[in-house]
Design a protein around this ligand. Structure first.
Ligand code: RIB
Length: 306
C-alpha cells in the first residue's frame, strides 16, 4: 500500500516578478502576471502523486475558472479529485511577489478554503479509509485541521501535519503528529524562540512537547529530522534557485509518499530534499514538481549534497 490523503487548501497563484519588495506606500512595476495552480494542500497532493503515491485530495473551490484549472492540473498529476467540492465562494487566491533571488512574499485570500469546516472533514472521513498517511496544513481552518488529525489517528492513519502558516496547536494535536513539519521561521514562532537556539535544540523541544516525530526544513541547509531516539540532519543539494514557491509543499508531499511506502523518516527526508531541490529550479509550485522517474534519474546522474 502507498496511499496518501490530503485535506487542505487550493489556490490560484497570481505571480508577478519584481526587482525588490515594495516599501509601504510605494508602487513598483513588475513583470506580466503569471497564473499557476497552487495552495499548500493542492501542492502537497500533486507532489505526493508525482512521487508515486496513490493520492486523494479533499478540498473546496469556487465555481470559477481558477477552481477548474486547479482540478485539471491535479488530474494531470494523477491525483484523485473526487473529493473536491464546489462552494459559493471564490476559489482561494495567492498574490505572490517573486524577487530575483527566487524568494517570494505571499498574501493569501482564502475564499473557499475557509469553507473547509469541521463538517467537511467529518463527511469525508469514511473516504480516507485505507490511507497510510493523512496530510494537513494550516491554510485550512485550525479547528478543522485539529479535528481531522485526531480522527485520522483514531482510524490508525499516520498524520503528517505541516504547521504552515504557523499557528499554535493543542497538545492533543501535537500528540498525533508523526511528523510535524515546520520551516525555520515556523519552528521559532511556535516555540517562542528568540532566534538564538540551535535548530537541533528546537527539534528536541518539539519532541518534548509530545510530537511523535519532527522535521524542520532549513532551505539551503537541508532538513533536520528526529524523534525520541535522536535528531539528525540531511544536507540539501546545492542548486541554482529560480523560484522557491511551493518547495516546502513538494518536500511535504514527497515525504508523505515515502512514509506511506513504509520507508524510514531519514530515507523519506533524503528523497524529499531531492524533490524540493528539483522544484526550485523551475517557475511555479505544482508546475515545478518532478515525476518520480525524473528524481531517480537526477539522483543517479549528478548531485552531491552540500
Ligand atoms: O506554499 C506555497 C503556496 O502557498 C503557494 O502555492 C500559495 O498558494 C500559498 O498557499
Amino acid at each position: 500500500m502507498n496511499r496518501v490523503v490530503v485535506l487542505g487548501s487550493a489556490n490560484a497563484d497570481l505571480v508577478v516578478k519584481v526587482p525588490r519588495r515594495p516599501e509601504a506606500g510605494e508602487t513598483l512595476l513588475g513583470s506580466d502576471l503569471a497564473v499557476f495552480a497552487g495552495g499548500k494542500g493542492a501542492n502537497q497532493a500533486s507532489a505526493a502523486a508525482r512521487s508515486g503515491a496513490e493520492t486523494a485530495f479533499f478540498a473546496r473551490v469556487g465555481g470559477d475558472e481558477h477552481g477548474a484549472v486547479i482540478r485539471s492540473r491535479l488530474v494531470d498529476a494523477g491525483v484523485d479529485v473526487d473529493g473536491i467540492e464546489v462552494v459559493d465562494r471564490p476559489t482561494g487566491t495567492a498574490l505572490i511577489l517573486l524577487t530575483p533571488d527566487g524568494e517570494n512574499s505571499i498574501v493569501v485570500s482564502p475564499g473557499a478554503n475557509h469553507a473547509l469546516d469541521v463538517g467537511f472533514a467529518e463527511s469525508t472521513a469514511d473516504r480516507w479509509s485505507g490511507a497510510d498517511v493523512l496530510v494537513l496544513n494550516l491554510e485550512a481552518p485550525l479547528q478543522t485541521v485539529e479535528h481531522a488529525a485526531v480522527m485520522a489517528a483514531e482510524r490508525g492513519i499516520r498524520v503528517l501535519l505541516n504547521a504552515a502558516p504557523a499557528e499554535q496547536l493543542s497538545a492533543d494535536t501535537l500528540a498525533v503528529c508523526d511528523p510535524l513539519v515546520v520551516n525555520e521561521h515556523e519552528a521559532r514562532l511556535l516555540l517562542d524562540d528568540d532566534g538564538t537556539s540551535p535548530f537541533a535544540e528546537l527539534a528536541r523541544r518539539f519532541i518534548d512537547r509530545g510530537v511523535r516525530s519532527i522535521i524542520i526544513t532549513l532551505g539551503a541547509a537541508g532538513a533536520l529530522y528526529g524523534d525520541s531516539d535522536g535528531v539528525d540532519l540531511v544536507a540539501a543539494f546545492p542548486v541554482r534557485v529560480v523560484d522557491t514557491t511551493g518547495a516546502g509543499d513538494a518536500f511535504v508531499g514527497a515525504t508523505a509518499c515515502e512514509l506511506a511506502r513504509g520507508r524510514s523518516l531519514r530515507a523519506s527526508v533524503e528523497f524529499a530534499t531531492a524533490v524540493a531541490a528539483l522544484s526550485v529550479q523551475t517557475m511555479g509550485a505544482q508546475s515545478s514538481y518532478p515525476d518520480r522517474c525524473d528524481v531517480d534519474a537526477w539522483l543517479v546522474a549528478c548531485p552531491r549534497r552540500a
